[in-house]
Design a protein around this ligand. Structure first.
Ligand SMILES: Cc1cc2nc3c(=O)[nH]c(=O)nc-3n(C[C@H](O)[C@H](O)[C@H](O)COP(=O)(O)OP(=O)(O)OC[C@H]3O[C@@H](n4cnc5c(N)ncnc54)[C@H](O)[C@@H]3O)c2cc1C
Length: 395
């Protein structure tokens, strides 16, 4: 294997593999024994690789990084990603909710297609140190390589068994890049006050208030807190000890009283809210739930309606990073050119994918951002080194 390359890519995940397939001549270095380990887990093994919609819609799902993401989304929109996969033999379908998956429903097909297009790959090869004189020097567990251009595509810090252990932060920092502190995103939220025996219950449609916003959707109760799409999207905003209010049901006392008959409070509440009895029992005191509706006092009613409308506690996402879907934080985007993903600090250095301080919502946005960044790097390098015109190739 030669030691000098025009381009070296560090990391064989979504971004690195996609880029390798777009380049003419490059070396990809992957520290695990196979590439795309995280990619295989995506979308529950089905790989939600993109989301239907315009580039503008797309970038709206990236919070404060909307403007940063917009340029790469314009240059390589969802349709282009789908076409690229089609050219690799992976047909895609769009679900009713706009999420795009491989038609086969198998993330392994996406990994295999990307691998088949990838150029030279060395696995079990961890990059330990990078430096630049005139060219880049890349020290790895399998020797030293050099390159004209270097791409860091090492991912974030979630699910570290897939190889994403935050190595890219130290590598980028060694070139002077600022690292925004990392925290989990798209993860469960832990609640300070535990609700007993509610694990596994899903409320199909409820809202909660966090960080001044109201979030709505199905909420799943876990051993330590809550999960579900809205919870995951909200999780990036959680700071330790932040107040959270869960709005189970808006119900007034007259509606409960109308259930009087022979019903006890528990039955009446279930009848008017549709909430499972285990959840109602976890929220409200047993002596109140056991009363006949007719004998509920004003105070009892206040407890019932107040708790169901606005159950307050505090929350955190501490310790969730290894289990999160993505990492918030990473290489500061202020030092990255948004059209090319090239470093403003080091010419010829590029940083793409989740290693950057960019995190999108659930729905295929994070994989797409990894692919879009890869495309931006490939275009930038191709512009700097255009392929010879056909007549030049003949001569
Ligand atoms: C369970 C799960 C499900 C997900 N589902 C979806 C989904 O359906 N849709 C979606 O859009 N997003 C999803 N995501 C998020 C998405 O997978 C990531 O955002 C995306 O993989 C990031 O791509 P990346 O290339 O930046 O990093 P990664 O895919 O994490 O790849 C980084 C690679 O770099 C390698 N590496 C790291 N350090 C070194 C080093 N020093 N030397 C050599 N190699 C190194 C790693 O081994 C790894 O292979 C999911 C994430 C998880 C955890």
């Amino acid at each position: 294997m030669r030691s000098h390359w025009p381009v070296i890519i560090i990391g064989g995940g979504a971004a690195g593999l996609y880029l390798s397939g777009l380049m003419e001549d490059c070396l990809l270095l992957e520290k695990r024994s196979s590439c795309g380990l995280k990619l295989r887990l995506t979308g529950g093994g089905a790989c939600n690789l993109a989301h239907e919609g315009s580039p503008d819609d797309f970038s709206r799902h990236f919070h404060e990084k909307r403007a940063f993401v917009a340029a790469v989304a314009q240059a390589h929109p969802t349709m282009a990603i789908r076409q690229h996969f089609k050219s690799l033999g992976v047909d895609t379908i769009t679900r009713e909710d706009g999420k795009v998956f491989p038609r086969s429903g198998r993330s392994q097909d996406v990994v295999d297609a990307l691998l088949s297009a990838a150029k030279d790959v060395i696995t079990d090869c961890k990059v330990e140190e990078i430096s630049k004189g005139g060219i880049f020097t890349v020290k790895t567990t399998k020797g030293i390589f050099t390159s004209d251009r270097l791409v860091i595509a090492t991912g974030g810090m979630s699910v570290p068994s897939t190889g994403s252990e935050g190595d890219g932060y130290a590598l980028a920092a060694s070139f002077g890049h600022k690292i925004i502190p990392v925290k989990p995103a798209l993860c469960r939220i832990k609640l300070a006050d535990r609700l007993d025996d509610v694990e596994g219950i899903t409320v199909p449609d409820m809202s909660f208030t966090l960080d001044g916003h109201i979030w709505r959707g199905p909420v799943l109760f876990t051993r330590t807190g809550i999960s579900g799409p809205a919870v995951m999207n909200a999780s990036r905003f959680v700071e330790k000890g932040m107040p959270i209010s869960l709005h189970f049901a808006a119900v007034d006392s007259a509606t409960i009283r109308a259930q009087a008959g022979k019903k006890k409070a528990l039955g009446a509440i279930q009848a008017v809210t549709g909430l499972p009895s285990r959840l109602v029992q976890a929220l409200l005191p047993p002596d109140v739930l056991d009363k006949q509706v007719a004998s509920l006092s004003k105070n009892d009613m206040k407890t019932i309606t107040g708790t169901l409308a606005d159950w307050k506690t505090t929350c955190s996402t501490e310790g969730e990073l290894p289990y999160a879907t993505v990492t918030r934080g990473g290489v500061d985007t202020k030092d990255i050119k948004r059209k090319t993903m090239e470093s403003r600090l080091v010419e010829g250095l590029y940083i793409i994918g989740e290693c950057l301080d960019v995190d999108g919502e659930c729905g295929g946005y994070n994989l797409s951002f990894a692919f879009m960044g890869a495309h931006a790097v490939a275009s930038s390098i191709r512009k700097a080194h255009p392929l010879p015109a056909p007549q030049d190739q003949r001569s």
